[in-house]
Design a binder for this molecule. Structure first.
Ligand code: ADP
Length: 506
């Protein structure tokens, strides 16, 4: 197979980062082969823990996307994948899942070195979640069927569910593995073929997955990976005339671009999972210690680089003072440092741009009159680390309360009544998720039905599972990943109608 090794470029880096993984794959993956880009260009991928170059990766552009789409189109129109029985696709996906499990450590290392994610968490959560996604949708692959239609006249009708065709998957950098397979696993099960564009900040693990897909028996051309920049390789996908659907996860700003590109090209179907500014509402009857843990976890998990981060925490006035005191204490235990260290809870932000953006929001918060309860500064003098940061006295219209910061920055706000909490929680252009912390079932029921968001967590946060549809209301996007809705977005419904024997139509 078109295997490749690039161990030498990683070697120079090994001295500065002890746990540097061996980088085996850096080229584009097209039609089952690792190949250089047409231009021969490459780009650096940087380790956020040090700011140093990990390796150079082939830089795809329009010509490379064209080649990948050609391969995916041929695999869709003439290849075996869409024609296999669902059971056969499922069997290959199960083998793929086993290979992901076997290579758990290497994959987790790649996301840690590339995106600054915690290695311990990657091994225990991100990579196992990839295998689980493959297994979940492998189990669905042989259960894709339509309906028998009840017709009022002398006809009979049924629906066929058919794979939508060639899909472009555009992936962000905060969960390079999980979000890739939230899209790849269901579209494989559906019988689609695809071009995956990972984020330029985290290009490495997708190539390793492509290698494993081939080993598992996914036919050539079904899964192609093109690394490159958003405005070049990404835009070539969204504008392509021969891609049937784009599934995008990323910022709201680029979500608009994706829709515009689809409208200006072939009207391809689009699903968008975009930004958020999720509220967590903590009511007077809550267990304060649990609320503190959940509030910190909700914003600091994955260093705040989560679209569902609970960045606006509304606390009812009766427990506000106690909660603020305990939160300040607990935030000190949240260790920031080397993402390979098992005792560390927060690694570096993904890159310099993100690091500077977060620090500038912190400055805005201070300038606009919010009080810094804890944190607010960079950590160390190498890499992109930021202290867990909590602001109090935040007003709903301050920038830190309206904008998605995508970093470890919490805005704490006080509220009086359930109605006020609901109204202020909903005062956002986003609608991805919300948290409710209460022991009162009536409050939980009322608030969960009143918040306009795609996921509501009651007395928990960020519980994301394969069977649970995930996506946004309002400007957090549309379409759902995960669950059977996550499969059906890669299927067309075709209606087939025929007159019944002896009907007057014959
Ligand atoms: P973030 O702001 O979190 O980096 P983006 O929305 O910019 O999120 O990026 C998410 C994904 O979208 C990445 O893979 C990126 O390369 C891609 N992307 C960025 N700009 C475009 C674009 N104009 N067209 C298509 N994809 C893009």
């Amino acid at each position: 197979m078109g295997d490749q090794s690039n161990e030498s470029s990683a070697a120079c880096f090994e001295e500065s980062l002890v746990k540097m993984p061996t980088i085996k794959f850096t080229k584009l993956f097209i039609n089952g082969e690792f190949v250089d880009s047409v231009s021969g260009n490459t780009f650096e991928t940087i380790a956020p823990s040090t700011g140093e170059v990990i390796t150079r990766v082939a830089e795809g552009d329009k010509e490379d996307v064209d080649l990948a789409v050609k391969a995916a189109r041929a695999a869709f129109d003439h290849g075996p994948w869409p024609r296999f029985s669902g059971a056969k696709r499922g069997a290959i996906m199960l083998k793929f899942a086993d290979l992901v499990d076997e290579h758990n450590e290497e994959l987790a290392k790649l996301d840690t070195v590339d995106a600054g994610k915690l290695f311990s968490f990657g091994k225990a959560f991100d990579i196992p979640q990839v295998a689980q996604s493959l297994r979940y949708y492998a189990g669905a692959a042989d259960k894709i069927h339509g309906d028998v239609l009840k017709m009022s006249r002398e006809f009979q009708g049924y629906t066929l569910l058919e794979p939508i065709g060639v899909v472009g998957h555009i992936i962000p950098w905060n969960f390079p593995s999980i979000l890739m397979f939230a899209k790849v696993a269901p579209s494989l099960a559906a019988g689609c073929t695809m071009v995956v564009k990972p984020a330029e900040q985290s290009p490495l693990s997708a190539l390793y997955y492509a290698h494993l897909a081939k080993l598992a028996g996914v036919p050539d051309g079904v899964l192609n990976v093109i690394n490159g920049y958003g405005e070049t390789a990404g835009a070539a996908i969204t504008h392509h005339m021969d891609i049937d659907k784009v599934s995008f996860t990323g910022s709201t700003e680029i979500g608009r671009e994706v829709m515009r590109a689809a409208a200006n090209s072939n009207l391809k179907a689009v699903s968008l999972e975009l930004g958020g500014k999720s509220p967590m509402l903590i009511f007077d009857d809550a267990d304060v210690d649990m609320a503190v843990e959940l509030a910190l976890f909700g914003i600091l998990f994955n260093k705040g680089e989560a679209c569902v981060a609970s960045s606006r925490v509304f606390v009812q006035e009766g427990i506000y003072d106690e909660l603020v005191k305990k939160l300040k204490e607990k935030a000190k235990d949240w260790t920031v440092g080397d993402p390979f260290d098992p005792n560390v809870r927060q690694g570096p932000q993904v890159d310099k741009t993100q690091f500077e953006k977060i620090l500038s929001y912190i400055e805005h918060g201070k300038r606009q009159g919010a009080t810094l309860l804890t944190g607010g500064k960079p950590v160390g003098n190498k890499g992109y680390y930021i202290e867990p940061t909590v602001f109090t006295d935040v007003k709903d219209d301050m920038l830190i309360a309206t904008d998605e910061i995508f970093g470890p920055v919490m805005s704490l706000m006080k509220f009086k009544t359930v109605e006020e909490g609901i109204e202020r929680a909903n005062k956002t252009k986003y609608g991805l998720a919300a948290g409710i912390i209460t022991k009162n079932i009536d409050v939980a029921n009322t608030v969960s039905r009143s918040i306009r968001a795609g996921t509501i967590w009651i007395n928990c946060y960020m519980a994301i599972e394969n069977d649970v549809p995930f996506g946004g209301y309002k400007m957090s996007g549309f379409g759902r990943d995960f669950g059977l809705q996550g499969l059906h977005k890669y299927l067309h419904t075709k209606s087939v109608i025929t007159p019944i024997y002896n009907s007057p139509w014959l």
